[in-house]
Design a protein around this ligand. Structure first.
Ligand code: SAH
Length: 375
């Protein structure tokens, strides 16, 4: 069953007793259709699109290149929404986490991670997750539903509002941005919501839209092999793969999607990923679990497995969560592991846990939302 887009289910009604239509989530073509319906030329859609996505306005009155009478007509028919924020948390390390409340009451998390040379926004693609990776907190929350394109985009809107980082007439392009990079690494498996993620990413990458280049976007997957190819062809964003184990028996256990798409298939999809043919490396993510996957033997096998793929291996010290069944590997074993990979010629940064005090680090995102059983 497909649900109607809840972002359009605004309970308030306009002057004519109609529900206003949310522009957030529409692509340019959809806005053109809207404009045609109300007798406006298609270029009006270009203006709207730019105001909404590039300038971040939420008020039709600010659309100075549109005639005043039309602005008020538009305001009767449309809204430019922002979601409610249930929680907005600051970590001592500068990381910020928002718990966003969607129009149907469900909640998702979004995290902003400032670094010296960039600022990364970690975006969710689903409420809950189907994957059940054993070390991941989100995996303990059942899938409630996929996010709509507008709900994916709104996470960026929220962050840009908060950081006060919308371009304006005076500030057309932004250097030194606090929000320069996007990672699809929040709650959910983005490739299991491919159509909506793709629709949102196209607006994010569009220079007239949110305008963040594909070179600054990374999509992380646990390994939905058939969609990895589509992701490369349609989106061309950077690919991160949650590897976490180098033998099928262990990976079946801790990343259960491996039973469907085993390592050999996953690695060959990575080999074929378009980015890997030009200069863009694939990121392999590897969570360091004490005594489980962190031996020197595992590191050597990892090197063998990915040989020939332009790659970097991101080691993620395990981030604990309430009653989690694993422990973080010692610093020493993480360093040994990293050294083996580096000696084989692959960069192997150790990801510093960020926002641990507000449960914002990798694998710590979860909301209270539950699936309502179908009647
Ligand atoms: N479903 C996608 C997107 C999630 S990205 C994927 O699996 O790639 C989040 C990253 O954090 C993934 O690499 C995930 O495996 C990792 N992760 C999950 N739980 C973790 C934990 N407790 N500690 C460290 N990393 C974790």
């Amino acid at each position: 069953m497909t649900l109607a887009d809840p972002t359009n289910k605004n309970p308030s009604v306009n002057f004519f007793g109609e529900k206003p239509i949310n522009l957030i989530g529409m692509n340019l073509r959809q806005m053109e259709t809207e404009m045609t319906e109300i007798g406006e030329p298609p270029f009006r859609a270009n203006q709207l699109y730019k105001w909404v996505y590039n300038r971040g306005v939420t008020d039709f009155e600010s659309m100075t290149n549109i005639a005043k009478t039309l602005r008020s007509e538009l305001a009767k028919r449309y809204i430019i929404s922002r979601p409610a924020i249930s929680k907005s948390l600051d970590s001592t390390d500068g990381t910020h986490k928002w718990l966003i409340k969607l129009t149907d009451g469900n909640e998702v998390e979004t995290v902003h991670i400032p670094e010296s040379d960039r600022g990364t926004l970690c975006i969710s693609s689903q409420i809950g997750c189907t994957l059940n990776c054993k070390f991941c907190y989100t995996g303990t929350q059942r899938l409630v539903r996929n996010l709509y394109p507008g709900e994916i985009l709104e996470q960026i809107m929220v962050a840009r509002d908060f950081l006060n980082e919308w371009p304006s007439e005076e500030r057309k392009s932004i250097y030194d941005r606090q929000l320069s990079n996007i990672v699809m690494m929040g709650m959910g498996e983005p490739l299991y919501n491919f159509d909506n993620v793709s629709a949102a990413l196209k607006i994010i990458m569009d220079g007239q839209g949110i305008s963040i280049s594909r070179r600054r976007i990374t999509l992380s997957t646990a390994g939905v092999v058939p969609l990895i190819r589509r992701c490369g062809e349609e989106l061309g964003v950077g690919l991160a793969v949650s590897l976490h184990a180098v033998r099928d028996d262990l990976r079946n256990e801790i990343v259960p999607i491996n039973k469907k798409y085993p390592l050999s298939e996953l690695i060959s999809a990575c080999r074929d990923y378009p980015g890997s043919r030009n200069s863009r490396r694939i990121t392999f993510e590897y969570v360091m679990l004490k005594g489980v996957n962190d031996s020197p033997g595992d590191a050597h096998e990892l090197v063998r497995l990915i040989s020939g793929i332009p790659a970097k291996v991101n080691l993620i010290p395990f981030n604990p969560w309430p009653n989690s069944p694993y422990e973080r590997s010692s610093e020493e074993s993480i360093e040994k592991f990293a050294a083996i990979i580096r000696n084989a010629g692959y960069p192997s940064p150790v990801r510093t846990p960020r926002g641990e005090d507000i449960m914002a680090a990798c694998g710590q995102l979860k909301s209270e939302s539950k699936r309502v059983p179908k009647k």
